[in-house]
Design a protein around this ligand. Structure first.
Ligand code: AKG
Length: 278
């Protein structure tokens, strides 16, 4: 990894925003050329899935897409984004989960039905007993389609809700929680969010297909959340990418890492010692 990526390190202002609100918006994280090239691959995969029987007007949730194209792999340690991820979580991290979502126009009437609000990681939220629950992981969502207006299948969040273990939803299944907002962004925007931030997908009432890539980073001792069949990519990856793709020397190395388990720590010690927090 080139040390020039350090110009994208998490700033103090970004840290405060993320800590306070539970999310961070990074406009122009991807260039228009990257958006175009990634969109081509997303469209290709979507077409293949539809040919294989996926209903064309239903949202496509497709996990474990990293092995499908080098462009997806290259975002795992993307220079504009990874420094902010380690700035928040530290160096003992990997990509525990990734999914692509394509949300075509639903063709349905607008409704005020309450969306599917949740925090990430399922049972993690039940099995852990603290208030607030610990952060553990975050996701980076790369928006490829134009979501500058709401109603386009936008990602919705309740800002500042990440420290609340519960969320009050309107009674009767209508309306959204107090403070809820749609994320309205242009293509190429990356949104970082704490896994505890209450969030949801929403229906696409527009005629623009929504396309998003989600990259979930967490501590190396967290299990993968989808199949993550990325082991075949290890051999051709440089050490930090290999770490991010889940490599380790043995099981204990996920809990008590050696130098070989976490090349990211060694790299930071050499290039940015002030960023090796713990
Ligand atoms: O599709 C969306 O906008 C929401 C995705 C989501 O809920 C998630 O990644 O946990």
């Amino acid at each position: 990894m080139d040390a020039s990526c350090l110009r994208y390190s998490l700033t103090e202002e970004e840290r405060q925003t993320f800590d306070k609100t539970g999310y961070l918006v990074l406009e122009d994280a991807l260039t228009p050329e990257q958006v175009e090239a990634l969109t081509r691959e997303v469209d290709r995969i979507h077409d293949e899935k539809v040919q294989a029987g996926h209903e064309a007007n239903k949202a496509l949730f497709y996990p474990n897409f990293i092995p499908d194209h080098k462009l997806f792999l290259d975002l795992v340690d993307y220079e504009r984004v990874l420094p902010k991820v380690w700035g928040i979580l530290g160096w003992n991290i990997y990509l525990y989960h990734a999914h692509m979502i394509v949300t075509p126009p639903s063709g349905q009437e607008k409704s005020d039905k309450t969306f599917g609000w949740h925090q990430d990681s399922g049972r993690m939220n039940v099995d852990m007993e603290t208030v607030p629950r610990p952060r553990m992981s975050l996701k980076v969502a790369y928006f490829l389609s134009d979501l500058q207006e709401q109603g386009r299948g936008n990602f919705w969040i309740v800002p500042n809700s990440h420290l609340n273990n519960t969320l009050d939803k309107p009674a009767g299944g209508h309306g959204q929680p107090e403070g809820a907002i749609p994320i309205c962004v242009k293509p190429g925007t990356a949104v970082f969010f704490d896994r505890r931030l209450w969030h949801t997908a929403s229906p696409n009432w527009s005629d623009i297909t929504r396309k998003v890539l989600f990259y979930g980073y967490g501590y190396r001792w967290i299990r993968t959340k989808d199949d993550m069949t990325v082991q075949s990519l290890w051999a051709d990856s440089e050490p930090i990418r290999r770490q991010l793709l889940g490599a380790g020397t043995n099981c204990n190395g996920y809990y008590t890492p050696t130098e070989e388990d976490v090349p990211l720590r060694g790299w930071l010690e050499r290039h940015a010692p002030d960023q090796v927090a713990r």
